[in-house]
Design a protein around this ligand. Structure first.
Ligand code: DQA
Length: 153
């Protein structure tokens, strides 16, 4: 089984009621449930976390690295502010994919900058909960290696 840790940053615990015009009506529990079903089909062992605290997110990235797991991360507002998170991704050696529910590039200018994108393998944004599903597919393929990727094409 491919180990993947899905890490969610601040305020994502409020999904479902938080600015539904931007983030939709799905809750984080809905997203987790759908991802777990997809992970089973992909042969991925999923761990799922949410925290409102920057240091805890850093610790979760480090723990994923120590466990040899890939990271699917919606760092929420810390995407745009956290050098510590960027350093944790770079320093722990994790393969990470950045996801966002909303299209951050169609929003305020401060959301156009991601401090973590340069140390992630790729970025998916703007597809609501499907951003997570697409990110999981991409990360699983990446971690399975080029041979597995070619056989799925
Ligand atoms: C978000 C986008 C961020 O700019 C914002 O701070 C969030 C959610 C998204 O999933 O669209 O909290 O990461």
């Amino acid at each position: 089984m491919i180990p993947i840790h899905v890490l969610n940053g601040p305020n994502l615990n409020l999904l479902g009621t938080r600015e539904p015009g931007i983030y939709g009506s799905a809750t984080l529990a809905d997203i987790e449930r759908d991802l777990r079903a997809r992970a089973d089909a992909l042969g991925v062992a999923l761990a799922f976390h949410q925290t409102n605290h920057e240091g805890e997110l850093v610790g979760l990235v480090q723990a994923a690295g120590a466990a040899g797991a890939g990271v699917l991360i919606n760092a929420a507002a810390y995407t745009h502010t956290s050098i510590a998170l960027r350093d944790a991704i770079a320093g722990s050696g994790v393969v990470a994919v950045e996801v966002h529910l909303s299209n951050v590039h169609a929003r305020e200018a401060f959301r156009h900058v991601s401090l973590i994108a340069p140390v992630c393998a790729g970025v998916i944004c703007g597809f609501g909960p499907d951003s997570y599903a697409l990110g999981l597919d991409a990360l699983a393929r990446l971690l399975a290696g080029p041979a597995a990727s070619a056989s799925q094409d």
